[in-house]
Design a binder for this molecule. Structure first.
Ligand code: SP5
Ligand code: ZN
Length: 350
């Protein structure tokens, strides 16, 4: 299987812990996550790890707001220019908002701090020197996987590719960052594929894929489905509820499956079966699969009880759709388990 991966992600990591509900917590979304997965994949005889192709800004701006992307591109240098203390020791700093624009108005902010609160939704989307470059490379991995499956799939013989993306993407919307995400890799890949036929996105990260939901909410050529911890108790708190099913022409083309905190494997797999039936009914030409290994029983951010073996079963069930599939890496923070979980999930697609 083709695995699209870039070393650029190493340029994105904040030099300190972040605030989560007023408590200092580690920045769980760290470069070691990729190393764990790479080590596991390099031990197989089927993983062909290659560099992504550069698709330029066009397919990214087809999904994201231009001014938002310009903010990502310039935030770091703007910050260096605005604060001599930051400029004196940039490697000890990261940019985060000081306020949040709870109510957006048509007037866009002009200053860096104004834009920070306008375009960032929480305190886990830190911008450092290499964040923009890392995010572009991550989106290029997803686009490369999309292109690969579109070029190699034959009728009756679907192919699959894995985009080992970091930073992840599914919490990022048209014009906002959040939840460790800056560019919505799965959505950029999906929109690119949608020119060639109907696409279904299945998001199995533990957290609701709010960005993906927002981006395709009004479209009927892309079916979006997310299975996740119920936002009644879990991040992202304000979106991902069962009654959110799309709007306008998109009505009926989004489905959320919010699940209780201690969801076990049996319950998870039966929910997955419902989601797969919706995809079969929709009949897409392509599947984009957002995978988060934070559904694992040992994950520090997740509360589901999916075992190593559960990841194999999930992979088998999804592969049985027999669709060309671009698999996009999202979250998963139990680093020592990541290699096994991703290997188990991918094995049925190889
Ligand atoms: C891509 C992805 O998985 N993003 C996740 C973002 C979650 N951010 C909020 C997490 C809050 C968890 N706080 C509990 C800490 C327990 N040690
Ligand atoms: Zn997650």
């Amino acid at each position: 299987m083709k695995i699209f991966y870039s070393e650029e992600h190493r340029k994105h990591f904040p030099p300190f812990e972040v605030f989560d509900g007023g408590k200092r917590v580690p920045y769980f979304e760290n470069p070691d996550r990729m190393d764990q997965i790479l080590t596991a994949l390099k031990n197989t005889d089927w993983a062909d790890i290659v560099q992504p192709k550069d698709f330029g800004l066009k397919p990214i701006i087809a999904v994201h707001d231009k001014d938002y992307i310009a903010f990502l591109a310039t935030a770091w240098t703007d910050w260096l220019a605005s604060d001599p203390e930051v400029a004196a020791s940039p490697e000890q700093h990261a940019f985060l908002p000081a306020t949040f624009a709870l109510r957006r108005t048509p007037r866009k902010p002009q200053t860096l701090l104004g834009k920070g609160g306008y375009y960032i939704m929480d305190l886990s989307a830190c911008i450092v020197e290499g964040t923009y470059q890392a995010s572009l490379a991550s989106a290029n991995c997803a686009l490369s996987a999309a292109e690969y499956i579109s070029l190699t799939s034959m009728v009756g013989h679907p192919s699959a590719a894995f985009a080992l993306c970091r930073p992840p993407g599914h919490h990022s919307g048209k014009d906002y960052a959040g939840g460790y995400c800056f560019i919505n890799n799965a959505s950029v890949a999906t929109n690119w594929l949608s020119a060639k036929g109907k696409v279904a996105i299945l998001d199995i990260d533990y957290h609701a894929g709010n960005g993906t939901q927002d981006i395709f909410y009004e479209r009927n050529d892309v079916l979006t489905i997310s299975i996740h911890g119920d936002p009644h108790f879990e991040y992202p708190h304000y979106i991902g509820f069962a009654d959110e099913t799309g709007t306008g022409t998109g009505l009926g083309f989004h489905h959320n499956f919010p699940l209780p905190a201690e969801t076990d494997e049996t319950q998870y797999l039966s929910t997955l079966e419902k989601a797969l039936n919706l995809i079969r009914k929709f009949g897409p030409k392509y599947l984009v699969l957002s995978i988060g290994a934070d559904i694992f029983e040992g994950d520090p951010l997740g509360r589901f009880k999916v075992s190593h073996q559960g990841f194999s079963e999930i992979g088998m069930k999804i592969a049985a759709l027999n669709l060309p599939t671009a698999i996009i890496m999202e979250g998963g923070y139990s680093n020592e388990a990541l290699g096994t979980n991703i290997f188990n999930l991918l094995e049925s697609f190889k």
